[in-house]
Design a binder for this molecule. Structure first.
Ligand code: DAH
Length: 347
């Protein structure tokens, strides 16, 4: 092996032994850099005779080309190795189970409200929504609450730091009963002057607020108001409608219901509606599910209707409570904690 072949062979060996691109470039400098060995050989030719320059020069250049080719080959194999390493590091295991996008679900209270709407809807009731910030007149006065009724007090009602037209503080509605008045007034206005007015049959579910918080009370809770007003609507209609609702809501006939005399300023007579299942985990316990009554003449008047002509009943129930009974939930606070472990069970 002549000296040039030897040189090519050692250069090749050094290139192949260089583990990184930086070390490879250092090795390159030792051979074909400015003062590399090949460059030195070419410089040394300067003083050689022309014949020698020709043949030896050509041989050195030949060797240089081979060294450059070896360098290029090593560069490519290092780049390739780096790419492979990167691909390995970023490898995807396509056999892993995918991460699905979670599908949302309805809150048990929303489900319950939808269920209430569907059942009353099937009995010809409209569904109405109304404001959660109410005037004093709508929440109390129109509903026949005396001026100094305790329901207006700070202990029960959240007030908003704003006043209504009458200079009274606005409130976060403590019940959905103002929706009786809003809906009935709009209905009466729509049919004003007509010879006959279609009956009012509506439910109004929504959020309500009271200063109260424990295992069975939440400062925000839900109510659903019901109202049926016509020329000949009686307490027996309330009974049949409500019992039919309970039957459909709990999907059972196996319960007793009672209308227990009570007092609300906006109804006369008034009754709490209690039910007791005859079987199942709650068997034999009277459960209060709604307040109700025949709408007081003063309230009918505030609807903008003549109490001599129009009569009917109203009721108010708690969808939170109904959801708890239906699903067997014992702490109301679970409903509003937003804990997915709880909420997922309903979807
Ligand atoms: N508003 C009452 C409450 O919050 C519930 C209620 C009772 C509503 C009797 C009614 C009713 O419509 O007739 O306790």
């Amino acid at each position: 092996m002549n000296d040039l072949e030897q040189l090519v062979a050692t250069a090749q060996a050094e290139f192949d032994a260089s583990p990184t691109p930086a070390e490879l470039e250092n090795a390159k400098a030792r051979y074909i850099g400015k003062s590399g060995r090949v460059t030195e050989l070419l410089k040394a030719l300067a003083s050689a005779p022309v014949e020698v320059k020709k043949t030896r020069g050509a041989e050195i250049n030949q060797a240089k080309l081979r060294i450059e080719a070896a360098l290029q080959a090593r560069r490519e194999s290092l780049a390739d190795a780096e790419l492979q390493a990167q691909l390995r590091a970023e490898a995807l295991d396509v056999t892993l189970p995918g991460r699905r996008r979670g599908s949302g679900g309805l809150h048990p209270v929303s489900r319950t409200i939808e269920r209430i709407e569907a059942i009353f809807g099937s009995m010809g009731f409209d569904v109405a929504e109304g404001p959660e910030i109410e005037t004093d007149w709508m929440s109390f006065t129109a509903l026949n609450n005396p001026e100094n009724h305790p329901a207006r007090s700070m202990q029960d009602t959240f007030y908003v730091d704003l006043k209504d037209e009458g200079g009274r503080w606005l409130n976060l509605r403590p019940h959905t009963s103002p929706m009786q008045v809003r809906y009935a007034r709009a209905h009466a206005a729509r049919h004003a002057g007509a010879a006959t007015m279609p009956e009012i049959r509506v439910i109004a579910p929504g959020r309500t607020y009271r200063v109260d918080s424990d295992a069975t009370h939440s400062p925000m809770f839900h109510q659903c108001e019901g109202l049926w007003i016509g020329e000949n609507v009686s307490f027996k209609d309330l009974k049949s409608v409500f019992i039919e609702f309970v039957r459909q809501f709990f999907e059972t006939d196996d319960f007793d219901a009672r209308f227990r005399p009570s007092y609300f300023p906006f109804t006369e007579p008034s009754a709490e509606i209690d039910i007791a299942f005859r079987s199942g985990p709650l068997a034999g316990r009277w459960l209060e599910v709604a307040g109700s009554g025949q709408v007081h003449p003063n309230v009918v008047r505030n609807y903008g209707l003549d109490p001599e002509k129009y009569i009917g009943f109203a009721f108010g129930m708690g969808p939170d409570r109904l959801a708890m009974l239906r699903y067997g939930i014992d702490d109301l606070r679970l409903m509003f904690d937003g804990d997915l472990r709880f909420l997922k069970q309903f979807n």
